[in-house]
Design a binder for this molecule. Structure first.
Ligand code: FAD
Length: 270
């Protein structure tokens, strides 16, 4: 069985600058890192490999320099790395991105049965958390989002049991394979590649698939296939706070003043 893990190259968040005219990311001179959630996805895939002997393929859609992201996954121990790169994939929104990634997974599945796909919960640049569920929907896989623990992967019974981290609670669920998981940081601690693995991965092959390989209709991918676009990017203005009760210095007085103001604005029902 093949486990596919999706990894995305993202800008180091503190360095992001947006072109004020085009509203797109200025990529020149920006340092890139592997999306942190995806490092946990890779670790989980490798744990399946360690335990069950599955093979692991990492895929990424992006410009040619996204190869560095895949090389890091190779250094950690994935068996195969595929970069989906073509001018026609550029400018994609989440819908078009999931379409290309799903097509690549389908192509991998022609060679080897894909039982599990693992994505990060979200990226730290787009932050939409839509791509994982988008892939699962296209592939008609079960989807389990926000996974913070894998309790059991039953390959013969073709099912998986996980814990999902929801707001203020956990949910324990079981789903049939094939399945797509999106994972949170609490799931695991990603392993550090050994020096030997780093050296080996420097020579390892990263396959590059363009649209000649995937054969997707160019009107349904990239910018042309993206029904959403960014019309404006701005930092919201902070509303100026109102200074209440100048001259009130004791906590009781401040609390009373706050209650009076809230009652005045109908924010408290007594
Ligand atoms: C309205 C809109 C317009 C956009 N327009 C542009 C544009 O013009 N040009 C442009 O460059 N980008 C554009 N983007 C950004 C682009 O859509 C996203 O980078 C991409 O679709 C991934 O979405 P995300 O970052 O929100 O991923 P999320 O859904 O937050 O990511 C979840 C997980 O999916 C996987 N994943 C996501 N993207 C990839 C990938 N590329 N390769 C491998 N795995 C992946 C990762 O495992 C990740 O952790 C746009 C986004 C939006 C919402």
């Amino acid at each position: 069985m093949l486990v596919v893990v999706c990894v995305k190259q993202v800008p180091d968040t503190t360095q992001v600058q947006i072109d004020p005219v085009t509203n797109t990311l200025i990529r020149e001179g920006v340092p890139f890192i592997v999306n942190p959630y995806d490092t946990h996805a890779v670790e989980q895939a490798l744990r399946f490999k360690d335990r069950f002997g599955c093979r692991v393929a990492a895929i990424s859609m992006g410009p040619p320099n996204a190869e560095a992201t895949l090389r890091k996954a190779l250094a950690q121990g994935v068996d195969r790395a595929v970069l989906l790169s073509d001018r026609s994939f550029g400018g994609a929104d989440t819908l078009a991105t999931s379409k290309v990634l799903a097509a690549a997974i389908e192509k991998l599945a022609q060679e080897e049965e894909v039982g599990v796909v693992i994505c990060g919960k979200q990226t730290i640049d787009g932050d939409t958390a839509q791509v994982g569920p988008g892939i699962a929907t296209r592939l008609s896989f079960s989807q389990l989002t926000l996974v913070d623990r894998v309790d059991e992967l039953d390959l013969s019974g073709k099912k998986i049991r996980v814990s999902r981290k929801l707001e203020g609670r956990h949910e324990h669920v079981e789903a049939p394979l094939p399945v797509l998981l999106t994972v949170v940081r609490e799931l695991n601690r990603p392993r550090y590649p050994t020096v030997a693995m780093r050296l080996e991965s420097a020579d390892a092959q990263v396959e590059v698939w363009d649209n000649k390989v995937l054969q997707l209709d160019v009107n349904t991918i990239g910018l042309k296939g993206s029904p959403t676009w960014v019309s404006r990017i701005f930092s919201p203005e902070r509303a100026k706070g109102e200074m209440l009760g100048d001259g009130v210095h004791d906590p009781e007085g401040a609390a009373q003043l706050l209650i009076d103001k809230m009652l005045e604005k109908d924010l408290l029902a007594l």
